[in-house]
Design a protein around this ligand. Sequence first.
Ligand SMILES: Nc1ncnc2c1ncn2[C@@H]1O[C@H](COP(=O)(O)OP(=O)(O)OP(=O)(O)O)[C@@H](O)[C@H]1O
Ligand SMILES: [Mg+2]
Length: 263
Amino acid sequence: MAITKTICFANNKGGSGKSTTCANVGYALSTLGKKVLLIDGDMQMNLTLSFFDDERSLEFAKSDLNLYRGITEQKDLSDFIQHTDYKGLDLIPSSTLMSSIEFDLFTKWQREFILKKGLERIKATGKYDYILIDAPPTLGCWVMNIMCASDHLVIPVEASPWGLFGIANMFEFYEQIRQVAPTLNLLGIAVTKASERKNYFKQTIDTLSSLENVRLFSSIIRVDSMVEWSQDVSKPVMAYKKSSRAAQEYMELAKEIETYVNR
Ligand SMILES: Nc1ncnc2c1ncn2[C@@H]1O[C@H](COP(=O)(O)OP(=O)(O)OP(=O)(O)O)[C@@H](O)[C@H]1O
Ligand SMILES: [Mg+2]
């Protein structure tokens, strides 16, 4: 029986690589023999689409088998788990209905802990080594739920001129969450979509390295068109092209995350 570790991928900056990192780190951990449950917490359904084609994903969105139903009806989320095509890798799909989640949470008692409660049974079974949660690019009560349900937070940051804009808000939000979830640990920052030829790559690394008490993962994810090709066919990049640079970089990042989580 495993002690399940829950890791969320969050950053209020859109397009910073949260969903891609969550999907590929999750897949990499499963190939290392770990049992992984992915949770798609975003109305855009990008994590769901990383493993299921458009048709299947829309079926989930329209059915009762998605996270939105589970959360709004405050259910045990065990019943919402779907198997992916890959061994040891399961997923709770999202729905476009998640767009109204802030409104739905508003009237609920202890509204920041609904996801945590929904995961209690799953964690108690010890079936999974890791639960990885993909957050939307917002900082509200729903992302609070995601962070309160997590042991660790990974912040993917895009190495771009705007990638760092707003990160102070993210840190401030994290500090606020720690008042209600004091055990939440900021595991580190993962630099994504990096292009070493561009000036701002160095600038991003320098700025992030200078932050006190924040770990910068040494595995950096560079821009690789294989990522988009793999997403086009709803596969993790390692399953699409194992020899690609992104596949190797995501494996390195997964190993690094594993090391720090179990330290
Ligand atoms: N290493 C990479 N190389 C090339 N493209 C990438 C890479 N990582 C992510 N992308 C692309 O960048 C875009 C944003 O990535 P992703 O969706 O993972 O970010 P996000 O933070 O989840 O976005 P959102 O805030 O909208 O949820 C996507 O189109 C994705 O295909
Ligand atoms: Mg996303």
